[in-house]
Write a protein that binds this ligand. Sequence first.
Ligand SMILES: NC(=O)c1ccc[n+]([C@@H]2O[C@H](COP(=O)([O-])OP(=O)(O)OC[C@H]3O[C@@H](n4cnc5c(N)ncnc54)[C@H](O)[C@@H]3O)[C@@H](O)[C@H]2O)c1
Length: 264
Amino acid sequence: MSGRMAGKRVIVIGAGSVGEGWGNGKAAAVLYAREGAQVLCVDRSLSAAAETAALITTEGGTAHTFAGEMTDPLAATAMAGAAKSRMGGLDVMHFNIGTSVKGGLEETGFNDWNKVFSVNLDAAFHATKACVPLMGQGGALVYISSLAGLNNGPYRYIGYEASKAALQRFARSVAVEYAPRGIRANTVVPGMIDTPHVAAMIAPGQDMETVRSARAAQVPLKRQGTAWDIAEAALFLASDAAGFITGVDLRVDGGMGTLMGTSA
Ligand SMILES: NC(=O)c1ccc[n+]([C@@H]2O[C@H](COP(=O)([O-])OP(=O)(O)OC[C@H]3O[C@@H](n4cnc5c(N)ncnc54)[C@H](O)[C@@H]3O)[C@@H](O)[C@H]2O)c1
């Protein structure tokens, strides 16, 4: 198979979608496969992973599934084992999962704080620790963060903001530690993206057309991003085209971070 990921073996963690349509993880898994990679679709929901895998195989690509709760370190180890047994090794790990609980310091309890950190940061630690031993020269780690990790936005999500900032810092530490082995680590930083995740987690119960136009209006490019905007950025960072890029946070936000005065 030809393409920018020909011959690559990729894990996408959170390859399903919490709702109908294209989520970031689903689009990334399909795009990697379209570019020639075989993809292990990982999700806590087997049916969500299987749906993405079916999209890939229907298009003539190669996909496998693994169901596991990725906050569990044993599940991360089993996932790496599945990559080895099903694909013969691993070239790219794409860490997509993330969750949030609304509220600032006052509203946020320690349980919610821990829940958010366990998905957004601890699971990245477990997955990275399990996956890097399978990777060699040319390996790539891609983490999906959020503009909320850099700037205070219109919503207050203190656990989400702090954990995404930590995820980016974690990725940079991994980048430096594994650079001598030829393994790169980078972060994609999405801004306002129109995905099923927004309806499920950020604006549950709200009229989505109103939410969509309010979100688009805040973006300098006057539209929300799509899951494909995020997938294309991840694909670039995972591919050999980005072979000299490591430890980078790539904002994909229609200029919103610049508007908010981020220094990153
Ligand atoms: N949509 C946005 O506006 C936006 C903005 C910034 C960042 N993000 C980031 O994008 C990512 C979400 O993208 P998406 O659209 O694919 O989301 P999604 O919520 O549709 O999740 C994708 C899949 O991940 C699975 N998953 C969630 N937690 C899991 C866990 N602990 N273990 C195993 N599987 C798990 C879900 O079952 C789902 O199928 C998150 O990291 C989020 O912070 C989104």
